[in-house]
Ligand binder design. Sequence first.
Ligand code: GLC
Length: 753
Amino acid sequence: MFLALPFLLPGIFMSSMSANATAPADAIEQRVNTLLAEMTIEEKIGQMSQVNGGDSYIHDYLRDALRAGRVGSVLNEVDVNVVNELQRIAVEESRLGIPLIIGRDVIHGFKTVMPIPLGQAATWNPVIVSSGARVAAREAASVGVNWTFAPMIDISRDPRWGRIAESLGEDPYLASELGTAMVRGFQGDDLSAKDTIAACAKHFVGYGESESGRDYATTNIPENELRNVHLRPFHAAAKAGVMTMMTSFSDLDGVPATANEYLVNDILRGEWGFDGFVVSDWDSVRQLSIHGLTANDRESACEAAIAGVDMEMHGDAYLNHLAQLVDDGKVPLEAVDTAVANILRAKFRLGLFENPYTDPNDFPPFADADALETAREAALQSVVMLKNEHHVLPLSADQLSSIALIGPLADTPYEQLGTWIFDGDPRYSVTPLGAIETLVGDGVDVRYLKAMETSRSRDTSAFDEAEALAAETDATVLFLGEEAILSGEAHSRADISLPGAQAELVGRIRASGKPVIVVILAGRPLTLTNIVDEVDAILFAWHPGSMGGPAIADLLFGIESPSGKLPVTFPRMVGQIPIYYYQKNTGKPPSPETIAHIDDIDAKAPQLSLGMTSFHLDAGYTPLFAFGHGLSYAYFNYENLTTSTSEMALDGSITISVDVTNTSGITADEVVQLYVRDLVGNVTRPLRELKGFRRLTLAPGERVTVDFELTADDLAFYGRKMQRMTEPGEFHAWVGSSSEAGLMAEFRIVGER
Ligand code: GLC
């Protein structure tokens, strides 16, 4: 355990965390310290300041600031000529020639857009997630961006929250595995390579617990929950060598993350030995006075600097006050030196001192074949088939003479890209309408009707025409959901049902008596209870990105089988939230007999007649669709669940094995999931926790044995005294195709506590 002196230069941490160092860590540390020793306090504070670009023009005040060494980073400039000029001024016209780190929100693609991160999480596939980040890094680097503000790994269990779209879902293990895959994709094996960029794990920490799902709202998270749930993906990212972290806007237990010394200096630096740098969120330093933690920018700068926030994003509190705060002894000079060292270390690792300039000719064109194929594969694996009654899917082009495509989201090149696509280019989008016409248009009469101008429209004047079209064609595919603007930052919804008159449209199409398939494009789970029994099949496609159309077409017509699995629970109604799968048992757990519909209660039912357990009279206690749920056109049989031992020593391990057979006649993917329950703990433990998963591709009839090895560390948790521990005792393990299914085995951990 390192001695966590808050302002000790983290050189002592270097070897433990410099997973991506391009040069020997001590060589870089030497260069950091040498440069630091030459810098004035103004130049040091300049490195801690990030300014906004994006005008494709360099204002005189910015030129002057660069020459004076008062800028360490620029965000939102993506004109490569302007970026090169910014770098030229910083490198050739300032006293020390320190290059800039150029940041941008490259969240799920740059020009070529992958599915939104929540959709990528539905792939349960670290390989495709990493590949998508690789494409994004290559395209962003070609314009001089060398830092992305991704991955967003806030644990998100409230679908009212608009930013769930950017997240990797509700589970800490899945978010850890996929978040680190994104880090690897962005940062590659050599950060100084021209097509790699620094990643940024955000928003540190607990932002997803914003009260009522309203963005920027207060969060109150008990430390036990913080450590056992929300910190886990950030710790994984730190261990994976993520270069930077971003503090959250949110107020955590009364101390906003941007001023939270316990989070940044004690946990991130002290416990984890993180040696990258920490950037605030947009203006979140100055917002400390709006929170009411400080009275003014000077106090805000003091709080953030002492907490360990190295760089201020788009604010001038550091520029205007930090030098005086150091003079006044309010902020130790060591705090500034540590912050600047963290920033310089990143710039050295990125190779910016050797190669500050970008030549676009060193890169492939945007949206090249590799980029588009990666986007298509990611979209394909992200789509979750929630329902498929009577095998209505896949459709057969041979058996259909006509098909109706109806709804506001069948042909929206921009909307299918989703939120946070500053640079996404809809010209590269292939929509479902376009893809279906290309795939089957030669033999099938494809009839299209938008029927609603937007998802929120309440104008039903086209619904007669829609119903008639459904009646005169062989099947209808409805494209419903939310436009991109309805999720993302500051875009939370209190009612997460299908907006507008979409549910009414479903009813009208149902009346046609023909097969009704619904494809939903949305940035969050929706409460589909009012349509789920009205339709024969549902494909949930999130916002699938540039190549969402071909992916959806191939799935609808059976070229490919759906393989996505839900990374987040779908509630029956918004009143059930929060309803994530790793609930605790409570002292009065509900049972399957628990009544699930308020209308079924007899008049004058006696007070105790409904069972005194934990459920809602009008919703029961189960979700509409469970975490890990997702259907396939194939069938997979799980059998022979075994454990390598019935008693595992605390210093040992256990292997949990199962045979999975594809009993269908098609090749398809299955995501095999391992869940564990620790029956008795120093604190109460969840009913199930994801501890492993494997995406398999199985040929018809193919059987594989899947082995999951668990060690005591895999089963560790923070107890009531915040000690990380694994205890002897009884455990249950399930392996199956969702958090609800699965064969169950039991084992014990033996040994002294
Ligand atoms: C935003 C977001 C953050 C983003 C930053 C820069 O407000 O909270 O995720 O990276 O500002 O755009």
